[in-house]
Structures are given as structure tokens and as C-alpha cells.
Design a protein around this ligand. Structure first.
Ligand SMILES: [Zn+2]
Ligand SMILES: [Zn+2]
Length: 194
């Protein structure tokens, strides 16, 4: 359908660079030319993935975000935190964005939720190398809701697979199992210790 496949994400379009398993963290910066919001991450991230949902921050022209998680206690606002605001205070994930450039620095869960205790971050905002590479692609069909022609999605899925990212229309089985375990334990259908 396309002579050139639309940009999935700059970290994926031309092949994925593997991370360093011993990498220990770095700083994220917003896109402002000066007085950048700086967030320091004191460890590597986990479950890094491409996400097609409408809520995650995406670089200009990209169909997907790349987003991973990190424990809340490893996340520190280290400069210009006064420029941060919560994009949608009613959302399960409160995305803290720079009010000047719009970049999301971290998404935090404040209510009862399977992923509470983890922040969502975009490590492309860092100039350090070694962050975990994307592992899979989530919410692929959601790009259609945002205006992507459904006839092109097959090609997007093929490109994702070619780059080593299994496409899913929700999250990966590992994360869906975590959510279901949490829900089962909360309702008492599963014992709290497994
Ligand atoms: Zn900014
Ligand atoms: Zn998303």
C-alpha cells in the first residue's frame, strides 16, 4: 500500500538498538530549548514497548510512543519541576508533562491499580545509551481510532514483527496476566499469595 511505511517511531523505523543489561539509569529532558525539565532515573527501565494508544506522548510524526516502566522510588525531578502539570488528573496514569513543550516526563499512578508503584517513561528523552530496547508493540489497533487508515495496519504489524516486536492489540500476555492476577486477588478468587 505504501511506497514508504509511515514512521512507527524513530527508535524502531531503522532497526532497534539493543540496550545494555548492566545500564544503571540516566536523565530525561523535555524539549524546551532552555530551562529544560530534568528527571533523573536511578535504574534501567522494564517492559519497554511501542504503544499505539492515544494517551502516551509520541514524537512528532510517529504513530507509536515508546514507553517503559520504572519503580516510583527511582524517579526524581531534578530541575525545573515547576513547569510540570498533570495532563488528565482523572486518568489512571497521571501523565506529568511540560506545560511549555508538551513532552510527557513521567506517568504516575495514584489510585489503586495493577501497575501502582511504577512510573511510565519515554527514554528517548535521555541522551544516555543503554536503556532497555522495546520488547513488543501494544495497542496496535488503537492507531485507527486516531485516524490511521485500517487498510494499512497489516503493513504496520508486518514492519513491527520484522523489527522483532510482536504486535498486540492490548498489552503483552505477561502484562495482561499481571493485571488479571491483581484483579483476581482483589476479588478474592485468587489467593493473595501464589
Ligand atoms: Zn519543556
Ligand atoms: Zn500508550
Amino acid at each position: 500500500m505504501y511506497s514508504k511505511i509511515p514512521s512507527i517511531h524513530p527508535l524502531i523505523d531503522n532497526g532497534i538498538t539493543k540496550g545494555d543489561p548492566n545500564f544503571s539509569g540516566g536523565k530525561l529532558y523535555c524539549h524546551c530549548p532552555s530551562k529544560k525539565v530534568e528527571v533523573t532515573l536511578a535504574s534501567n527501565i522494564a517492559h519497554n514497548h511501542a504503544c499505539g494508544c492515544s494517551k502516551c506522548w509520541k514524537p512528532k510524526g510517529a504513530l507509536f510512543s515508546v514507553v517503559g516502566v520504572i519503580p516510583v522510588d527511582k524517579v526524581f525531578i531534578t530541575a525545573n519541576g515547576d513547569k510540570l502539570y498533570v495532563v488528565d488528573p482523572s486518568a489512571a496514569i497521571q501523565r506529568n508533562a511540560c506545560k511549555e513543550c508538551g513532552v510527557h516526563l513521567f506517568g504516575r499512578i495514584v489510585k489503586d491499580h495493577p501497575f501502582k508503584g511504577l512510573d511510565f517513561v519515554h527514554v528517548e528523552l535521555s541522551d544516555s545509551k543503554g536503556w532497555q530496547e522495546p520488547q513488543f508493540a501494544a495497542f496496535v489497533s488503537s492507531i485507527i481510532e486516531q485516524g490511521f487508515n485500517p487498510t494499512g495496519v497489516k503493513e504496520i504489524r508486518e514492519k513491527l514483527k520484522k523489527e522483532g516486536l510482536q504486535p498486540y492489540d492490548v498489552l503483552s500476555p505477561t502484562l495482561m496476566d499481571l493485571i488479571a492476577t491483581y484483579t483476581g486477588q482483589k476479588s478474592g478468587k485468587l489467593p493473595s499469595k501464589l
